[in-house]
Design a protein around this ligand. Structure first.
Ligand code: MG
Length: 430
């Protein structure tokens, strides 16, 4: 199995993501860089992995700055002052997962070429170990305030009432404070960091946000905000307690941020193309790092994923869920109720589902699925298999981070039929 997936190195803590592996990542990274900043989300495996990475970095002669428990966008922002950044996180995965994600100074995650370099050093044991008198040193810094100040410098004042569900993740250290300083009346849910994620699954999808929907309505708040475990993602609930679908939030931000071009993944609704008529829509593989890479290459105005990653290149090439929350609040303050603004957008029926499939069976299954889908329409393979039909499109792709195959179908009508056809092909292939 390749070390890096679509979201960095990620797997079951102490089974796949072990201190031994983390040590090697530190050695490899430290062999190529003079200084690194390291942070972690609140997972139970976080400190264990962090210490192992630090040992490797120091052994290779790299100086390390620890910034403690922070959001991923805070770490990516801090990376501008160092040769590289290391975030110990498994993002939105369940609590038993751990992971390591590497960052460049410009807030961009390591690209495929950089990941290959690290992997090759590890495979060939080609790291260097420093002499006794040039072993790296550790110091500590608090950078949350700098990140908060940067965001507060970009958004206006407001007096909205907002419920924030941090999901017991790293957002607890920053989002409620930033929104309060904007002037919001903030009500917090699950804003005590806890690596067991006792309140809800860290992924900010609708089924995990029932408490936020109820609380937003019950408190009469203007909107609700939810983050994943490391706060690079942000999703919202409107003042009527309705979850705002990811494609709608993408179109919502896209409309306001995009002058010429936008970058979205291949599983984004065709509604976004319709809403942004006249502006160029670039499609990439699924994964915020691919969106960021394409955004940088095309010099696009905005990039986003319906899963809740919003990339504002004027802020950072790392999706920043905290800035996205502040910007959303600012838009609602200036333009009026979120439910009305969202209802102005068109909606085409879409079904997203997953079917369990172990990682070692994915490749063979995708081959069979490709054959099964052939003949349904125009086939493309930017990521997984996308088939455009007369009535809409379907996309079948293996998850980059979990033992699942994802199916998406969208159609102007009878989406159930289209989804069922794809699901049948996938089930037959397994
Ligand atoms: Mg995340």
């Amino acid at each position: 199995m390749a070390l890096f997936g679509s979201s960095g190195i990620r797997g079951l803590a102490n089974k796949e993501i072990t201190p031994g592996l983390a040590l090697k990542v530190g050695l490899a990274l430290g062999s190529m860089h003079d200084s690194a900043v390291i942070g972690r989300d609140p997972r139970t495996s976080g400190e264990m992995i962090e210490h192992a990475v630090i040992s490797g970095l120091l052994s290779a002669g790299c100086h390390v700055t620890r910034i403690g428990m922070v959001s991923t966008p805070t770490l990516a922002y801090a990376a501008r002052n160092y040769d590289c950044g290391v975030m110990v996180t498994a993002s939105h995965n369940p609590p038993e997962y751990g992971g390591i994600k590497l960052w460049n100074r410009d807030g961009m995650a390591f690209d495929s070429k950089q990941q290959d370099e690290i992997e090759s050093v590890i495979q060939n044991k080609a790291w260097k170990m420093a002499e006794w008198n040039s072993i790296g040193r550790v110091n500590e810094a608090n950078v949350i305030e700098e990140h908060a100040e940067m965001i507060l410098g970009k958004v206006g004042r407001t007096s909205l009432k907002v419920v924030i569900d941090c999901g017991c993740g790293a957002a607890s250290t920053i989002t409620p404070y930033v929104l309060r300083r904007m002037g919001c009346h903030v009500i917090t849910l699950n804003s005590q960091p806890d690596g067991f994620f006792p309140a809800r699954n860290p992924e900010p999808v609708e089924k995990n946000l029932e408490m936020l929907k109820k609380a937003t309505l019950a408190f009469g708040a203007d909107l609700g905000i939810a983050h994943d475990g490391d706060a690079d993602r942000m999703m919202a609930v409107d003042g009527l307690g309705r979850f705002v679908e990811g494609d709608k939030l993408l179109a919502f931000f896209g409309l306001r941020e995009t002058k010429k071009s936008i970058v979205v993944p291949v599983d984004t609704s065709i509604m976004v193309d319709d809403v942004l008529k006249g502006r160029k829509v670039y499609r990439t593989r699924v994964g915020d790092v691919y969106v960021a890479e394409e955004l940088k290459k095309r010099n696009a105005d905005f990039g986003g994923e319906p899963s809740g990653s919003w990339i504002f290149p004027g802020i950072s090439l790392c999706p920043d869920g905290i800035y996205a929350a502040a910007r959303l609040v600012e838009i609602v303050e200036n333009e009026g109720r979120l439910d009305s603004l969202v209802d102005e957008l068109p909606a085409y029926p879409m079904i997203r589902g997953t079917i369990a499939c172990s990682n070692d069976k994915k490749e063979a299954a995708m081959g069979k699925i490709g054959n099964g889908l052939m003949g349904m329409g125009e086939v493309s393979s930017i990521d997984g298999i996308r088939v455009d039909t007369k009535e809409g499109w379907i996309l079948v792709r293996p998850s980059g981070t979990e033992p699942k195959i994802r199916i998406t179908a969208e159609a102007r009508n009878n989406v159930e039929k289209l989804y069922a056809r794809a699901e049948k092909v996938v089930k037959e292939a397994l």
